[in-house]
Structure formats: structure tokens, C-alpha cells
Design a protein around this ligand. Structure first.
Ligand code: MG
Length: 249
């Protein structure tokens, strides 16, 4: 069931969004060669708790971290670890979420570690473009398929693969609400988008095949061909017919 939010509920969601965005920015600023993903996780948890919020991911389905930290060919759900040390030329997708006043914020960004290859930079640029195009399609009167279609068109034109098994989602009091928001699809198809819908829109784009492999720890998802993957996400609401970003500082 899709939970439509009133204007005042959307306003209340902005605080969870603000904190989620602040954490993502500050953790991203700490990304550098030699830093472990566990250090990034501890920084994130400290910031979230100093804001009086709760890390949305910690304990979710048993996930141990406050962030997901997914390096290079890791697509999503990397568990922060002292053993994962960032190296010059890596890319790292960081996903952060915070809960405050009973509302959830959720956002992600893929950061370069030091200087990265032109090929990796292009993957980041294209995936960010996919996210903005998908957000731009989240308008009253459009359909759910328009969001995925906008994303898929850009990604596949660039020669990249759109992950199928993991998708965006509704968000509100729960991190994962209806509907699922695929990053692929047909224009003018599916659910009609309405005022007051709130989504986490989050393209996961692979440099090569769209196929993925589930890791042994029950969380980590990697690309089937070992090529890099990128992930950009924002929480948005349809307000006065248009998409507005809630994960803003
Ligand atoms: Mg999400």
C-alpha cells in the first residue's frame, strides 16, 4: 500500500533528509587512500547520534553498519570493515540513512578515492545523470515506468548495465515502503504518480553487465564480471506536482 504524505508530513521528513545528507557529505569528505570503511562507518554513526537521530541501517534486517560502503565492483550493501582499506584509484559507494521524529531519510553517492581513471569518472558522471533524469521524471501525472525509462535510456546509451534485482522504493515512516521503483522500464507504463508520493530514487549502474552476484556474507552484492559499479540516491517527494529533494542540507 502506498502511503501518500501531506505537505506537513513532507516538511517533517526534511529533517531526516537533512541529517542523511549531512552525514553523506561529511563521510564523503573523509574518503581518501588509507582510510578503512569501518572508520567511515564510525564517523557516520557519531554524526547521526550527535544530531539526535538513529542510524537507519544499523540493525536493519541484521545489517551491522551505519553505512553501506561498497568499493569498486561492489554494487550495494558492503559491510564496513577494518580490513577494507581504500586505495588510490578506487571508487566507493556510500549509502547513509537517518531516522528522526519517526521519519526516515536515505541517500547515496559514489566518491572517487584520490585520482581515478577516465573510465571510472565517466561511470560516475553517467550514473549521476541517470539519477537526475529519474528524479526529473517523478512528476504528478507521469507513471512509474517513466522514472525507470529515463534512467535506463541514459545508462544503456553509455554502454552500461542497469541492475535489475535492487531498485528504489517508497519511503516515509519505513525505509522501504511501496512502491518498488525500478531503474529500468517502459515510458507511460505502470502506476500513475501522484501528489504526496515520496521515493528513494537510486540508480545502480554497472560499467559492464547488469548481472550481479550475491556475496558470502549475506549482504555484499558485486558485479558478475568484476567491473566497477556506481550508486547515486536521493529521497524525493512529489510536491505541487514536481519532484523536490528531501535529502538536502
Ligand atoms: Mg534506498
Amino acid at each position: 500500500m502506498i502511503k501518500i504524505k501531506s505537505k506537513s508530513e513532507i516538511d517533517a521528513m526534511r529533517e531526516a533528509g537533512r541529517i542523511s545528507a549531512k552525514v553523506l557529505r561529511m563521510v564523503g569528505a573523509r574518503v581518501a587512500p588509507g582510510v578503512s570503511t569501518l572508520e567511515l562507518d564510525q564517523l557516520a554513526e557519531n554524526i547521526i547520534r550527535l544530531e539526535g537521530a538513529i542510524p537507519a541501517f544499523k540493525g536493519y534486517g541484521g545489517f551491522p553498519g551505519s553505512i553501506c560502503a561498497s568499493v569498486n565492483d561492489a554494487v550495494v550493501h558492503g559491510i564496513p570493515s577494518a580490513d577494507v582499506i581504500l586505495q588510490e584509484g578506487d571508487i566507493i559507494s556510500i549509502d547513509t540513512g537517518a531516522i528522526i521524529d519517526g521519519w526516515v531519510g536515505d541517500n547515496a553517492w559514489t566518491f572517487p578515492v584520490g585520482k581515478i581513471s577516465k573510465e571510472k569518472q565517466r561511470l560516475l558522471d553517467v550514473t549521476e545523470s541517470c539519477m537526475w533524469a529519474a528524479i526529473d521524471a517523478a512528476r504528478a501525472g507521469n507513471r512509474l515506468g517513466d522514472i525507470g525509462h529515463a534512467c535506463q535510456t541514459i545508462a544503456e546509451k553509455a554502454g552500461y548495465g542497469v541492475v535489475r534485482e535492487y531498485v528504489g522504493h517508497g519511503i516515509g515512516h519505513e525505509m522501504h515502503e511501496d512502491p518498488a521503483v525500478p531503474n529500468y522500464g517502459s515510458a507511460h507504463s505502470g502506476l500513475k504518480l501522484e501528489e504526496g508520493m515520496t521515493f528513494a530514487i537510486e540508480p545502480m549502474i554497472n560499467m559492464g553487465t547488469y548481472k550481479i552476484v550475491d556475496g558470502d556474507d549475506g549482504w555484499l552484492v558485486t558485479t558478475a564480471d568484476g567491473l566497477p559499479s556506481a550508486h547515486f540516491e536521493k529521497t524525493v517527494a512529489i510536491c505541487d506536482g514536481d519532484p523536490i529533494i528531501l535529502t538536502n542540507e
